[in-house]
Design a protein around this ligand. Structure first.
Ligand SMILES: *Cc1c(COP(=O)(O)O)cnc(C)c1O
Length: 356
């Protein structure tokens, strides 16, 4: 499909950041956005890149009432030679369509998804920061915009992409986080929407996150929705536990997000000679194995922070420090390897890098 590029008037151009260390995450957006519309009977129409601007939405439109919405998250990196790279964007395209299917939304052709992103990033390249750890965060989103209060799939959607220059996640050092294991609220159940990247999953997780913050923890580790016994995932990260030369993570059984960083971690760990087990593991076993020292490291994986070292877990008011509460050697190695490949400092033997 042809992507129309609309002019960007001078007065719509924003002032660029002057200090990359002040960027933070998702607070600043670039000058342009990509948008395409899907209409029943017509399919995808009117793909265009236009000045970044608010939408005018009918107050009755479906996304505002019944949360028919999906999104993705990936990054563009500016390499030292000035070239630009995406990391495994076709995986985001496939997952987006998996989420779309679950939420009864139309599939976005992979080519439209990727061309829209690539063309937009190319036009907005001056917005990509270049100091270590920074990147351009890419947020593809689809919303249901038909104005009707009857509960049904929409007959009109916007698929759009916005861009946000983001700062180094670990500006103040690669610091281990403290995580609270949630034993009251649940995030997902089998048959639910846990596997879809959809806004409602986040809305329903806010309460637990707030409670954890009040108690002095950074994030929540979810347990399975049925028995509240098996490890699932953390906020917007998949979770890994290292036992010496073995790494354990929850299986993709429909309740957790199929993380692209999770998949990347598994491939690299296996290449480093680790055995990776995707299996159910109970929180009681985890707590016992942390206390006995069998678990040597724990970390989360996700696009925003890449790898997050976990220093301690708290379950039913008992806190257990992991290892020496520092950053484990595998955790550090994975972080260095993945960010090295993403930024062109380490050769990509996996075929993950997608240059613009
Ligand atoms: C996006 C997300 C992740 C991480 O996925 P990545 O592809 O690695 O960024 C993990 N859990 C949830 C709930 C998510 O929404």
């Amino acid at each position: 499909m042809q992507i129309q590029v609309l002019p960007l008037p001078e007065e719509k151009m924003k002032a660029k950041f002057s200090d990359e260390s002040q960027l933070g995450f998702g607070k600043l957006f670039t000058d342009r956005m990509f948008i395409a519309e899907w209409k029943a009977g017509q399919g995808w129409v009117d793909a265009r890149i236009q000045p970044y601007a608010p939408f005018s939405l009918d107050p009755a439109c479906l996304v505002l009432h019944y949360a028919q919405e999906i999104f993705e998250g990936l990054k563009a990196y500016k390499w030292q030679d000035g070239s630009i790279a995406l990391f495994r964007p076709e995986m985001n395209a496939r997952r987006f369509n998996h989420s779309a299917d679950r939420m009864c939304m139309p599939e976005v052709p992979e080519e439209l998804f990727l061309d829209g992103i690539r063309e937009l990033v190319r036009l907005e390249r001056d917005w990509i920061p270049s100091s270590p750890g920074t990147s351009l965060y890419i947020r593809p989103t689809m919303i249901a915009v038909e104005p009707i209060l009857g509960v049904k799939p929409s007959d009109h959607y916007y698929f759009y992409v916005i861009l946000s220059p983001v700062g180094a996640y670990y500006a103040s050092g690669f610091n281990p986080v403290k995580i609270m294991v949630e034993d009251k609220y649940v995030r997902a159940v089998k048959g639910g929407t846990g596997e879809a990247k959809t806004g409602g999953n986040y809305a329903s997780s806010l309460k637990a996150g707030l409670d954890a913050k009040k108690k002095g923890f950074d994030q929540v580790l979810w347990l399975d929705g049925l028995e509240r016994r098996y490890i699932e995932e953390v906020g917007a990260m998949n979770m890994f536990f290292a036992y010496g030369n073995k790494v354990v993570t929850a299986p993709l059984d429909g309740t957790i997000l199929n993380g692209i960083t999770r998949n990347t971690v598994i491939s690299i760990a296996e290449k480093l000679g680790f055995t990776v087990e995707e299996r159910k593991i109970s929180i009681d076993t985890i707590m016992a194995d942390i206390k006995s020292g069998k678990i040597s490291e724990a970390f989360g994986s996700g696009t925003a922070a890449v790898i997050t070292p976990v220093g301690a877990l708290c379950y039913k008011d008992e806190t257990a420090g992991i290892g020496d509460r520092g950053v484990g050697t595998l955790t550090q190695k994975l972080y260095d390897t993945i960010t090295g490949i993403q930024t062109g400092q380490i050769p990509d033997s996996f075929g993950w890098v997608n240059k613009l």
